[in-house]
Design a protein around this ligand. Sequence first.
Ligand code: CP
Length: 306
Amino acid sequence: MRHLMSPMDFSVEELEKLMDLAGDIEANPAKYAHACEGKKLATLFYEPSTRTRLSHEAAMLNLGGNIMGFSSADSSSASKGESVSDTIRTISCYADICAMRHPKEGAPMVACRHSSIPVINAGDGGHQHPTQTLTDLLTIRSLKGHLGNMTIGLCGDLKFGRTVHSLIHALVRYTGIQFVLISPEELRLPSYIRSDVLDKNKIPYREVVRLEDALPNLDLLYMTRVQKERFFNEEDYVRMKDFYILDSKKMELAPKDMYVLHPLPRVNEISVEVDSDPRAAYFKQVQYGVYIRMALILTLLEIEVK
Ligand code: CP
């Protein structure tokens, strides 16, 4: 039985297969409409979510399966002190597969050790968000036609943003990748990722504070919000929250084919006026998130559709 804890759980070849399957699902949705009939997905969300929870649920419903779950720790027996391991042993009696989001790093890993069904890490603290990474990879491949040979700007909260951490891990496996890390000093990418992932894999990168300095040379800009929920005090968050605001004027500095991605939710970091720019791809990204999660559910359940 297979789980998804990190994007590294899949080899590059397996990721290609997964993205090809997502592409086939997009092109032929009817072919997959009954693939998961009789199967149940449980969504165990100890932290708020719109996209990740509902896109997993939409994915299972699109496949003809059923869904169950909870959307906050308060509405589950976690509020009475139940452990993650007891919860997953219970859920294993009800469902065929589950997606878990938890504020504690490593909680989904604990779950998969006690689970008899596949567990999908739907985000654990500031650590990893592998299904967002699968979404991002599919979006980039669909828009650019390939995944290597590009300069990617990662902008915003690079310290706490788990989507960025996961994406870096996944992208360093492709040739010709360079990063521009755009963040305020306080929200720089953690040094363990710089040394263990970027330096170790000899990935060229530079760190800049001003978004304007990076924009002219990017193939792709990945914006992120400042992660309010990970700050220890409100004052620091308020000081940081509007550090970057991408607007139409700044977009004039960017190449004509530089797509803008964002895992969402956005707060103020992308002005709504950018939404009508053809390079704004963050709502397309949301749609790709459903296709790739459909492909993931089929793969983890080992269901083949002919
Ligand atoms: N991208 C993402 O994780 O969004 P949600 O927090 O709404 O699930």
